[in-house]
Design a protein. Structure first.
Length: 170
């Protein structure tokens, strides 16, 4: 490792530690020539597939963009950042497991929708409305019916929902 201060290639590792998850190694180093100390980090560098957009353009996978679009759909919803990060990690793991060099953006959109559906149904509908480019209210209604859960009637019903009403006022 080249010294960032004097550019000498002779450095020594003085301390090595892993983070809690074991996926990052922190090394303290000392330059043999100038005796300055610095820290380096080692991370696994996995090759994510390129994304093929609907118009045929190709772009690099962007973790921040994926997380940002999910956070936008989940804005003001009761979902923790940890849950969002875990969902993004699951999507990335699925993409890596596919072993493809290129993946259509539609596939990523479907993976995002699957994760959002598990996390928060309102966020799922928000994302679907943009992703599927809803043209009218009927398309919203169709997706709402898809995710709608009707509360059970009787003693087992402990929720605050009124069993006689659904999302459409029925």
């Amino acid at each position: 490792m080249k010294c960032p201060f004097c550019a000498d290639p002779n450095t020594q590792v003085t301390d090595t530690r892993e983070n809690e998850d074991g996926d990052v190694v922190r090394r303290r180093r000392r330059c043999v020539k100038c005796d300055k100390r610095f820290t380096t980090y080692e991370r696994i560098d996995l090759k994510m597939p390129h994304i093929v957009k609907r118009n045929g353009n190709r772009t690099e996978f962007d973790h921040a963009k994926l997380a940002g679009s999910m956070k936008l759909a989940l804005r003001k919803r009761p979902v923790t950042i940890e849950a969002i990060d875990a969902a993004v990690d699951r999507i990335e793991a699925r993409l890596l497991a596919m072993g493809e060099q290129e993946v259509p953006s539609e596939k990523i959109g479907e993976l995002v929708m699957k994760e959002l559906k598990k996390l928060d149904k309102v966020a799922y509908i928000r994302f679907a409305s943009v992703y599927r480019n809803f043209a009218d209210v009927d398309e919203f209604a169709e997706v709402i019916r898809e995710v709608q859960t009707r509360p059970r009637r009787g003693k087992a019903d402990k929720g605050g929902a009124d069993p006689g009403h659904d999302l459409f006022g029925g």
